[in-house]
Design a protein around this ligand. Structure first.
Ligand code: SAM
Length: 254
């Protein structure tokens, strides 16, 4: 069944309209007919199965069959805080981390961050990142759009991590890997820090440890910040989220 993005799937909605390129795609490329079934999702946590009831110029109308929580959302909440990077590197990061099911992504100003945009530029970048995150949801069909946090200072980020179950500062000078936590205390919320191109200062790592963060390694090689953010996301989804067999078995009920 093919899935299409709609702006909202409220519980009381029973009839949906699909317009624009998706409507054209349904009609002229997929050549679907009234009575055919399609999937709809709104990026707010729910999917639904619907049946096409009508075609009108530029619009496809479908009626609800059933609405259910999205099956493409991770069981854990992962926030990735990224030391501000140069130029457009952050754009690609927003797309990739959206695809990896990260709950929230937020830039922060690290000691070694260079070329920080001014308030106006930050506002327009944030708009662009939100657009990228929404487009990524349509492509990867996850249940929720990744939240984009405001650009923060390092101390604001450390405070925002609050009482997350697991707080990790990924640091290339650390030798210890992320320890799979003992099953007695399952991890529900993770907050991870990735440094800027110049890396974290030793002082930043010490302060993060004072806020309950553990430093962890992503292996013996120095990764570019963008690579580290993706590697960290995959590792956390594999260890605690929905990229491990345990979760997949549960999900498919095998
Ligand atoms: N200071 C580094 C150097 O010597 O070239 C550059 C930092 S690296 C480009 C940017 C960020 O990616 C680091 O601050 C860290 O958060 C993360 N990172 C890169 N490699 C890592 C590794 N092997 N283990 C843990 N984190 C790593």
């Amino acid at each position: 069944m093919r899935y299409f993005f709609v702006d909202s799937l409220e519980p009381e909605d029973a009839i949906f309209s699909i317009t624009g390129p998706d409507a054209r795609h349904i009609r002229t490329v997929l050549r679907l007919k009234p009575g055919d079934k399609i999937g709809l999702f709104d990026g707010k946590g729910f999917d639904c199965e619907a049946q096409i009831v009508d075609f009108s110029p530029g619009k496809v109308t479908a009626s609800l069959i059933r609405r259910f929580p999205s099956t493409a959302e991770s069981p854990i909440q992962i926030t990735i805080a990224q030391g501000f990077l140069k130029e457009r590197k952050m754009d690609g990061l927003v797309r990739q981390l959206s695809e990896l099911g990260i709950t929230k992504w937020m830039p922060f100003i690290a000691e070694r961050s260079v070329s920080i945009p001014d308030k106006k530029q930050l506002a327009s970048r944030a708009k662009r990142w939100e657009k990228i995150a929404k487009e990524a949801v349509k492509q990867c069909r996850r249940g929720r759009i990744m939240k984009i946090g405001d650009t923060a200072s390092f101390s604001q980020v450390l405070n925002l991590a609050g009482d997350c179950d697991l707080k990790i500062a990924f640091w290339e000078n650390e030798s210890r890997p992320v320890q799979p936590i003992n099953p007695q205390s399952p991890v529900q919320t993770v907050f991870a820090l990735i440094g800027p191109e110049g890396g974290f200062t030793r002082r930043e790592i010490e302060v993060a440890k004072d806020y309950g963060f553990i430093a962890a390694s992503l292996g013996p090689r120095i990764l570019r910040a963008e690579t580290a953010a993706v590697a960290a996301s995959v590792l956390l989804q594999y260890l605690f989220g929905d990229m491990n067999q345990k979760y997949l078995d549960k999900k498919t009920g095998l």
